[in-house]
Design a protein around this ligand. Structure first.
Ligand code: CP3
Length: 363
């Protein structure tokens, strides 16, 4: 990488917004931006399984670039999933059509937890993702586009390790937590070890920023349980990640009621869902943090005038303040019309070109 390429990456609107610097326009990327709503993705997926795509670096890098070729996005996210770290720990992962991810040997006892390994990423299937990051970041750097690495937060990963699949009630996870708080602590510490190592190695491999997905904490936990059973481990994870010297995005969903506690765990950018307005979130997390969000993913299905009004609402609530990264409040859905993604990205850029803050920010 030459110096010019490095500086155009550092001065990209996405990294500037992460640092709360004024950018040429509000940067935009979309969670799950590589996926089934794109025909290019579906064509590859028809030939390869999800696991094959994740563990073949050339394929993962290609899929990472698909949305970058198709839209004027300000950041790429490496194509992978949050669950493969569990494979290195000893769990069997498969992606089953119509069901989603499935682990056929989930953990349920303290003995299972003691048996979980914590190998470094390069000794597990995560090494393929690290190689994919090297391939994709080389290509993206030459285009001035930062690559985001990611991993699941300990609670969200623990929920899959215990339930074996997605859950509505998180009954097994919360029962273990309440019944055996010490075993829970052991599990969460092991997950912090594995995830911190994996995330730091993603930066060594070429990721310019990291996002930690705590997707299910809010759906499962009261504020009191979040503070007791999640916060200490998230604090430890974010504290360890600081040594990477790249922006860290702390994303969760369903946590509006205690978003200040979520933000206090760490991260330079707080990723928020669509359940409350952007300015409501920003007031609570504090202006010293950048914010990412928060269009309802279903709004992309609405007719353009309605979609545009909802984009305007997010932008008006951000009010041109430096430190806003436009995104959805959660992942893009497979039924999203592709042409709305293009219109969204172009519209955010048009509307925010050199925009200055105006008047009062609270509305
Ligand atoms: O954002 C991106 O484009 C990067 C790739 C990415 C995937 N999964 C690819 C994927 C990312 C960042 C994830 C994260 C992920 N995976 C999360 C956290 C994000 C969130 O939504 O809150 C979670 C909970 C998972 C676990 C997971 N993986 C589920 C529940 C599913 C099934 C749901 C579904 O959409 O089918 C997956 C599969 C998955 N991960 C797909 C993709 C593109 C679909 C696989 C397919 O092609 O069939």
């Amino acid at each position: 990488m030459n110096m010019n390429m490095a500086s155009s990456l550092e001065n990209s609107p996405f990294l500037q917004a992460c640092r709360r610097e004024r950018a040429a326009h509000t940067p935009v990327w979309l969670m799950r931006q590589a996926g089934r709503y794109m025909h290019e993705y579906r064509e590859l997926r028809a030939r390869y399984s999800m696991m094959d795509m994740i563990t073949t670096p050339e394929l993962a890098a290609e899929v990472t670039l698909q949305p970058i070729e198709a839209f004027d996005l300000d950041a790429a996210i490496i194509f992978a999933d949050i669950l493969p770290p569990l494979v290195g720990m000893g769990l069997n992962l498969d992606f089953v059509p119509g069901i989603g991810p499935l682990l056929d040997n989930p953990i349920s006892t303290i003995y299972d937890i003691e048996r979980l390994s914590t190998p470094p990423a390069e000794q597990t299937i995560l090494r393929y993702t690290l190689t994919a990051i090297r391939l994709a970041s080389e290509e993206l750097t030459s285009r001035g586009i930062p690559l985001i690495g990611f991993a699941g937060a300990p609670f969200t990963l623990a929920s899959y390790a215990i339930e074996g699949r997605g859950s509505k009630t998180y009954a097994k996870t919360k029962s273990l937590m309440m019944r055996e708080p010490e075993a829970w602590g052991r599990l969460m510490k092991k997950l912090v070890t594995v995830q911190a190592d994996y995330l730091l190695k993603q930066v060594e491999a070429g990721a310019s920023a990291l996002q930690v997905f705590d997707s299910w904490a809010g759906a499962a936990l009261s504020q009191a349980d979040y503070l007791r059973y999640v916060r200490p481990y998230n604090v430890e994870l974010f504290r360890t990640l600081q040594q990477a010297n790249v922006p860290i995005i702390n994303f969760s969903a369903g946590t509006a009621a205690y978003i200040d506690d979520v933000a206090a765990c760490g991260g330079d950018v707080i990723g928020v869902d669509w359940r409350m307005p952007l300015d409501w979130f920003w007031t609570r997390i504090g202006e010293e943090k950048a914010i990412q969000g928060n269009l309802d993913p279903i709004a992309l299905m609405a007719p353009w005038p309605e979609l545009r009004a909802r984009i305007d609402d997010v932008l008006n609530r951000a009010n041109g303040r430096p430190g806003h990264i436009f995104n959805l409040g959660h992942g893009i859905l497979p039924t999203t019309p592709r042409d709305h993604v293009k219109r969204l990205v172009d519209y955010v850029h048009e509307q925010t070109n050199h925009r200055q803050p105006t008047g009062d920010s609270e509305s």
